[in-house]
Design a protein around this ligand. Sequence first.
Ligand SMILES: *Cc1c(COP(=O)(O)O)cnc(C)c1O
Length: 227
Amino acid sequence: MTTIAQRLETVRQRIRDAEIRYRRAPGSVQLLAVSKTRPAADLREAFACGQRAFGENYLQEAREKQEQLADTAIEWHFIGPLQSNKTKAVAACVDWVHSVDRLKLAKRLNSHRPDDMEPLNICLQVNISAEDTKAGVAPAGVAELAAEFAGFPRLRLRGLMCIPAPARDEPARRAPFRALRELQEKLISGGMALDTLSMGMSADLEEAIAEGATLVRVGTDIFGARQ
Ligand SMILES: *Cc1c(COP(=O)(O)O)cnc(C)c1O
């Protein structure tokens, strides 16, 4: 049987190897452990191995685990689809939201972020493969929306996030990650201070790191297949 500790070490080694192979600075790619559907005990096991950042997709599930893990110093990231009636609760219980893709959501997160907390870190989610069914703003709308997000005092826009359509080979997997990096570079050359490219999951983290990911979101390869 493979344990969470062993799988976590394997993922860390893949990240280190990819940093070397693609000439990325050592330690420049952060690992977000995506723990949706997993019990709190699994998060605790990963936490005991030094993992600090965890990603959750559903508010209710996240709240339950936060209660069970209140004795830990976990950094909580919300990465799932966000409905505007959940923004108040989300703004008060996480450190990061990766899935902000509309002005209305940013407005509400900003107004609900409690004053005694640091500004909420956010990523702008981009529908990089232009899929009808996917969340995210179209690439053509990124510059305008990012400028609006950057104006909210209770939010800190850290960068862009994407979930590309599945692709068969390496060049096809790398292309959307490269496109996201180029969008980010345009924002930076326009004067924005962005430091986070949230892209890459279990199956494509190497391709994402090759194209400049600074944060990879990995669930299956740490915790095992989800039901
Ligand atoms: C579930 C999920 C992941 C992790 O996917 P795996 O293939 O299990 O590594 C990453 N990002 C988002 C937004 C997810 O919903």
